[in-house]
Write a protein that binds this ligand. Structure first.
Ligand SMILES: [Zn+2]
Length: 145
């Protein structure tokens, strides 16, 4: 699991927070003060091993960006996806899967083209979009969940 480094607003010490815990009201490891993740969220990097468990237990609607590092449109979308993760940390979960490293999950969902965006709620696949699209299209989809 990837991590995000966040400074505690109370004691200023840096905390390393696993990306899958950033939605769960993390506390500072030094002073126990709650850590605000507002505008500090990052995409959760999921793979073959943890994808299903994570999506099943997710407490918020989830958008997953299936991308490949060698695809141009994917490179265009990755910064947009990161911005969405930063801006929506308590509203939605933004995740990404590198399909070049996680082929089991890509074939499970029959991913034929990247980028592919999948939208889950309560562990169920609700909708999907294939291809690069504007940020507001993705946000509208998330809101409609
Ligand atoms: Zn602290």
């Amino acid at each position: 699991m990837n991590n995000v480094i966040v400074s505690c607003a109370s004691c200023n010490k840096k905390n390393r927070i696993p990306a899958d815990k950033q939605y769960l009201k993390p506390k500072c490891g030094h002073c126990k003060a709650p850590i605000s993740m507002t505008n500090q969220g990052i995409p959760v990097e999921l793979g073959d091993q943890d994808f299903h468990d994570f999506v099943k237990q997710a407490p918020l609607p989830v958008m997953v960006d299936f991308f490949s590092p060698t695809c141009g449109p994917c490179q265009t979308m990755l910064p947009i996806v990161s911005t969405m993760a930063r801006e929506n940390v308590y509203k939605f979960i933004i995740a990404k899967v590198d399909t070049s490293k996680n082929q089991q999950i890509a074939s499970f969902f029959n991913i034929r083209g990247v980028p592919s965006f999948m939208f889950f709620r309560n562990g169920r696949l609700i909708d999907q979009i294939t291809g690069a699209v504007p940020k507001n299209v993705l946000e509208q989809k998330l809101r409609s969940l």
